[in-house]
Design a protein around this ligand. Structure first.
Ligand code: ADP
Length: 268
C-alpha cells in the first residue's frame, strides 16, 4: 500500500461494539485510502459484519469513530450527503431489494433522493433518469431495457446482486462496503460478481471494503488484508506482505487452510 500524508478517505478508529455484555468488535482501527480496497477476512463470528455495519452507519459503536476525509461522522444519523458517499452491498440481495418495487424504481430512488443528476437541487427529467438507469444496468452487465418494469423475483440471484450493486452505484459513492457479496450465490456466478467488483473499482474509482471469509477472494481484489478473530484485528498488512508473511500463528493457520482447499492466490 502506498504511504499517504493526507487523511485517508475513510477511516475506522478504535471501534468497539457491544451486544449486551458481549463484545463483538474490540478496539479495531483501519484506514482506507481513496481508490484502494481492503479485505476484512476471518471465520464466522469474527465480527466482520458488525464492523461493516458500523462503517455503513447502521449501528453505533460503543467506542470509536468513523471518519470520511478526516471528518468524524455521526454514528448513525449521518447527513444525506454522507450516506450518499458510503454505500453498502449485502450478502443477500433479497434483503436489500424491495420485492414489490420495479427495477426502475429501485434504481431511480437514490438518484431522486440524492439529486445526483443535473443541476444541484433540481429534479432531473424522466428521460435523464431513464438514461442514467440504463447506464447503471450496462455498468453491471445487464443491458436490456425490458428489465425496468420487472421486479426482483424475475431475476436469478446473480442478477439480483448486480441490481443491488447498480443501485449502490446510482448515487456515485466514494466507498462501497460489500459484505460477503457472493456467499449467497451459486459458485458459477460468484466469479462473475467478483470480476464485476474488480472492474468497477477501476472504472468508477471506488474504494472498497470487502468482507469475506475467503482469503483467495481478498487476495484477488484487495490491496490490503485485515484478519479478524474474536472481535479483534489479528493482523493488518498489504496483501503482498500478508501472503509473503501472514505474521501471527492464527493468520498463518488461516492461510494454510485456504491453500489446502486450493485457493489459488492469483485468481478470483
Ligand atoms: P462475522 O461477520 O465475522 O461472521 P458478526 O459480526 O456477524 O461476525 O458477529 C460477531 C459476533 O457477534 C458473533 O458472535 C455473533 O453471534 C454476534 N452478533 C452479531 N449480531 C448480533 C446481534 N444483533 N445481537 C447479538 N449478538 C450478535
Amino acid at each position: 500500500m502506498t504511504q499517504h500524508t493526507s487523511p485517508a478517505l475513510f477511516e475506522l478508529r478504535d471501534i468497539t461494539v457491544e451486544y449486551g455484555d458481549f463484545t463483538a468488535v474490540d478496539h479495531v482501527s483501519l484506514s482506507l485510502p481513496r481508490g484502494e480496497a481492503i479485505g476484512i477476512v476471518g471465520e464466522s463470528g469474527a465480527g466482520k459484519s458488525t464492523l461493516a455495519r458500523v462503517a455503513a452507519g447502521l449501528i453505533a459503536p460503543a467506542t470509536g469513530q468513523v471518519l470520511l476525509d478526516g471528518e468524524p461522522l455521526a454514528p448513525i444519523h449521518r447527513t444525506r450527503e454522507q450516506h450518499r458517499r458510503i454505500q453498502m452491498v449485502f450478502q443477500n440481495p433479497d434483503s436489500s431489494l424491495n420485492p414489490s418495487h420495479s427495477i426502475y424504481r429501485i434504481l431511480s430512488e437514490g438518484i431522486l433522493l440524492h439529486r445526483t443528476l443535473g443541476a444541484s437541487g433540481v429534479r432531473p427529467s424522466r428521460a435523464a433518469i431513464t438514461q442514467r438507469c440504463l447506464e447503471l444496468l450496462n455498468m453491471v452487465g445487464l443491458s436490456d431495457a425490458d428489465i425496468f418494469s420487472r421486479r426482483p423475483q424475475a431475476f436469478s440471484g446473480g442478477q439480483r446482486q448486480r441490481i443491488a450493486i447498480a443501485r449502490a452505484l446510482a448515487v456515485n459513492p466514494d466507498v462501497l462496503i460489500a459484505d460477503e457479496p457472493t456467499s449467497a450465490l451459486d459458485v458459477s456466478v460468484q466469479h462473475e460478481i467478483l470480476d464485476l467488483l474488480a472492474a468497477l473499482r477501476q472504472t468508477q474509482g471506488l474504494s472498497l471494503m470487502l468482507i469475506t471469509h475467503d482469503l483467495g477472494v481478498a487476495n484477488a481484489l484487495c490491496d490490503g488484508i485485515m484478519v479478524m478473530r474474536g472481535g479483534t484485528s489479528v493482523v493488518h498488512k498489504s496483501t503482498e506482505e500478508f501472503f509473503a508473511d501472514p505474521g501471527p500463528q492464527y493468520a498463518q493457520d488461516l492461510l494454510a487452510a485456504a491453500r489446502s482447499v486450493s485457493i489459488t492466490p492469483q485468481s478470483v
